[in-house]
Design a binder for this molecule. Structure first.
Ligand SMILES: *Cc1c(COP(=O)(O)O)cnc(C)c1O
Length: 373
C-alpha cells in the first residue's frame, strides 16, 4: 500500500487527460499527438503517464534512449516508440527485440546501422537550423541515400525547432525558415518517388505558437504536463493547461531558532529574530535545486514558509513562524496547492534560475509517484 512516507509526487491524471483534450482540439484533425515521455516523463513517472496516455488512445511516444523505450515495452505499452537520440551499436539488438523506432542522427549513423546487417525501423532526423541532430536539410543526396539504404525501413522524417518560444520578429523569421527547410526536404523526397513517410516538427511551443501547421505528429512534452518552461512565457494558442504534478513532503521536526543563532551547513542562515523552523524530509537528491538555499518557498497549512539555510541532500529547513500550528508529520507542498495558495513548477524554476523542464526532469528516483483523481 502506498504510504506517502517522506516525499512524494502526486499525479493528477484528470489534468493530464484535460491537457490531451486541449491539444487535440488545437491540432489539425489528421495530426496525432506523440507525447515526449523521456526523462521518466519529465519526472512524472514514465510508466504511469504512458499507461494513462495509452488509455486515451495515444499510439505514438517519444523517448530519449533505448533503455527508456524498453521500460515502456516492459510496462505493456504498444504502438510506436521513437528513440529521439543516439543508440550505441552495442544496443542495436534492443531496437529490434523491443520494436523501437530509431532516429537516424546523420548520414554516417545510417551507415553504422547498415553495417549491423539487421533491419531497423527508423525516422530520419533533418537538421533545419538547430544544428543538434539530423542530416542537413540541404544535403538532399545524403538524405536520399539514407532512404535507399536496404536495411533501413524509413517510416518518418522529423526536425526540431530551436526558437519556437520566441515572440519577436527574429525568432519568428528563423522558425519560418526552419519550417521551409523541413518542407523542402520532404518535397524533394516526394519528387524522387519516396512516399508514405510521416513528418513531424513541433514540440510544445511549436504546437502552441504555430498551431496552423499540419504535420502527421506533434511531439508535445512540457505543456502536456500542464506547464510552460518559463513563468513569463506567453503563447499564441488560447489553451487552458492544468499542472499534472504536485511535489509534497513531510515535516520531520519543528523547533525554535533564536535570534542570533545560525542554521544549517555553512551557517548560511542567520536568525535576525526568534523564529519557528520546520525540518522537511526532502532535499537535493530528490530534485529540489540546491540553488533554492535561502531563496525558495514552500507551503505549509496554506501559508508561505520561506526556505532558510542550505538545501541538504535529504532535508531542508523552512521558517514556519507565519504558518500557524505546524507539527511533525504535517504535509508541506513544494509544487502544487495548499489552501488558497499555489506554487507552480514555473515558480520554482524562476527561483532556481532555470526552466521548469529541468526542475521536473530531475525529480529524484526516491520520490514515490502516486496517481490521484
Ligand atoms: C524533448 C523533445 C520534445 C518535446 O519538447 P517540449 O518542448 O517539452 O514539448 C520534442 N522533440 C524533441 C526532438 C525533443 O528532444
Amino acid at each position: 500500500m502506498y504510504q506517502k512516507g517522506r516525499a512524494w509526487i502526486e499525479l493528477n491524471i484528470g489534468h493530464l487527460i484535460h491537457n490531451i483534450r486541449q491539444f487535440r482540439a488545437l491540432l489539425p484533425r489528421d495530426c496525432a499527438l506523440m507525447p515526449a515521455v523521456k526523462a521518466n516523463a519529465y519526472g512524472h513517472g514514465a510508466t504511469l503517464v504512458s499507461k494513462a496516455l495509452q488509455g486515451q488512445g495515444i499510439q505514438n511516444f517519444c523517448v530519449a534512449s533505448a533503455a527508456e523505450g524498453i521500460e515502456l515495452r516492459r510496462a505493456g505499452i504498444t504502438g510506436e516508440i521513437l528513440v529521439l537520440a543516439y543508440t550505441h551499436p552495442a544496443q542495436f539488438g534492443d531496437l529490434i527485440a523491443y520494436d523501437l523506432t530509431q532516429t537516424v542522427v546523420d548520414a554516417a549513423y545510417a551507415r553504422e546501422l547498415e553495417q549491423d546487417g539487421r533491419q531497423f525501423t527508423v525516422h530520419v532526423g533533418i537538421d533545419t537550423g538547430m544544428h543538434r541532430l539530423g542530416e542537413r536539410w540541404d544535403n538532399v543526396e545524403e538524405i536520399v541515400k539514407i532512404f535507399q539504404t536496404p536495411n533501413l525501413k524509413v517510416t518518418g522524417i522529423y526536425s526540431h525547432l530551436c526558437v519556437p518560444d520566441g515572440t519577436g520578429p527574429k525568432a519568428r523569421e528563423y522558425t519560418l525558415e526552419q519550417i521551409h527547410h523541413f518542407e523542402y526536404a520532404a518535397e524533394e523526397l516526394r519528387r524522387r518517388g519516396f512516399c508514405g513517410f510521416k513528418c513531424h516538427l513541433q514540440g510544445s511551443y511549436g504546437i502552441l505558437n504555430y498551431s496552423e501547421l499540419c504535420f502527421d505528429y506533434a511531439r508535445a512534452g512540457i505543456a502536456l504536463y500542464g506547464i510552460l518552461s518559463g513563468k513569463s512565457d506567453r503563447v499564441n494558442a488560447a489553451v487552458e493547461l492544468k499542472p499534472v504534478l504536485s511535489l509534497k513532503t513531510r515535516v520531520e521536526s519543528v523547533k525554535m531558532l533564536y535570534q542570533g543563532e545560525s542554521a544549517g551547513y555553512g551557517l548560511a542562515y542567520h536568525a535576525g529574530r526568534d523564529c519557528k523552523i520546520a525540518v522537511l524530509s526532502i532535499g537535493y537528491a530528490d530534485g529540489v535545486p540546491r540553488s533554492l538555499s535561502n531563496r525558495g518557498q514552500v507551503l505549509c497549512n496554506g501559508k508561505i514558509a520561506p526556505v532558510i539555510g542550505r538545501i541538504c541532500m535529504d532535508q531542508m529547513l523552512v521558517d514556519v513562524s507565519g504558518a500557524g500550528d505546524v507539527k511533525a508529520g504535517d504535509e508541506a507542498v513544494l509544487i502544487g496547492k495548499s489552501g488558497d495558495l499555489e506554487i507552480r513548477a514555473e515558480d520554482m524554476a524562476q527561483w532556481a534560475g532555470t526552466i521548469s523542464n529541468e526542475i521536473l526532469s530531475r525529480m529524484g528516483e526516491r520520490l514515490e509517484r502516486v496517481a490521484v483523481n
